[in-house]
Design a protein around this ligand. Sequence first.
Ligand SMILES: NC(=O)c1ccc[n+]([C@@H]2O[C@H](COP(=O)([O-])OP(=O)(O)OC[C@H]3O[C@@H](n4cnc5c(N)ncnc54)[C@H](OP(=O)(O)O)[C@@H]3O)[C@@H](O)[C@H]2O)c1
Length: 431
Amino acid sequence: MTTITTLTTTTTLDEKRPAIYHEELLIEQRQNARITSRTAQTTQTASTPSPTQRALLLHAAQQPYALVSDHAIPTLLHKDEILIKVTAVGLNPIDWKGPAFNFGIPSLPWVNGRDLAGIVVQAPETTSAAPSRLRKGDLVLVPSTDYRDIRKAAFQEYAVATHFNAARIPASSCAHAAASVGVAFVAAILALGVSFGVDFSGIAECPGPNLVDVLGDVDVGTIPADVRDECLASREGIERPKRGDWIAIWGASTTTGLLTLQIARLAGLKTICVADIARHGSRLHAAGADILIDRHDTTRALEIIRGITGNNLRYAIDIVGRETSTLLQSALNAEIRADGSHAHLLGLTGLPKGEQRDERIVYHTVPIKLFHSSPEVGGAMVLWLERLLETRTLVLPEIVRAEGGLEGANGALEVLRRGDASGKRIVLSLE
Ligand SMILES: NC(=O)c1ccc[n+]([C@@H]2O[C@H](COP(=O)([O-])OP(=O)(O)OC[C@H]3O[C@@H](n4cnc5c(N)ncnc54)[C@H](OP(=O)(O)O)[C@@H]3O)[C@@H](O)[C@H]2O)c1
């Protein structure tokens, strides 16, 4: 693992930021806690939470994040929530794309950050449904998909999470590597398990949930309206991939791609992975890719996909953008079969538009908010993630650990934006 210290940059202190949280509840957080860090297997004293903390604030689009030291520590608002002392933050492309292109910012100033690991410092004894499975002192990772709730953002020293969105990190795993995996895991599982309807329950190495069945028990009215159709898209058995079917993944070297290929393979699918093979082939091969195709000659890549699948590809996931998803759709066999089933294309970053679309193909976007809006789905996913980590069934992404805490974020995001992190996740260490 490489440690980069050069990523640390100087950021501005902004003393004027208004406190927007419920400070009266902060009393509860002023306890000295002896926290057992299971990574280090040593007992350490968690610093006493004070009413304010350091956080990175976004004051305007196209601006760097500003480090402030007077941001209110978020408070728990209901029994399903826990408070986490953040020790590691995994950086995602959206952390620079959001400010750069002015999206995913509900208001200003805002706190961003989607992947964190840390120590639980506050946990109710019982959740609204059952005794809490999480305790003070647990080391957890949290994919913070609920970006509209500023309390849950990762770019701060303390963050709130719901218990069904926090996975315990086993003692055998590195907390920093675990911080790199959350959002990519959520995207991969929802894409495969909900949008395509892949059943994970038959995986011999580490059985997972059948999310179509999990959703079948959920009151449809509780599924957010804008993702409801996507969540119900693969209820029909004939549309769902079966063991031995091919799936093509364009952008397999992304963190999301690395996880998608492993999960697809565990579920019995045959994976065709498009990436820069000179750079990433060895890693993708080690992760179990069945077929590797270099991304640089796209015409040839499409010919190879058609050839290998006998021109019968029915499932494809693009993790790069509209241009590549449009290419990838041309490798699908778009015919509607005699049983009425369709070819399926999921785009994580863009899909063909307008006339570029083929009406016979079913297009999917990942219903990411299902993870935080459905306790049933979120809970099933984090429990499976815990087992996948515990049993070391998943190969985790390589990480670049950036020392220097939140101060290093702007520099690290610039490395990410330039593409210099190529295939590795940058993780800020807040220890
Ligand atoms: N919709 C959602 O909810 C959701 C959720 C998760 C992720 N995403 C999106 O999915 C994308 C991937 O996210 P991530 O975090 O997994 O990415 P990441 O790990 O940061 O991806 C970096 C990788 O992308 C590869 N890449 C860049 N351009 C490529 C191209 N033209 N063809 C193939 N590979 C290319 C790079 O390979 P090289 O070394 O060859 O350049 C590098 O290995 C992002 O756009 C992200 O915003 C969306």
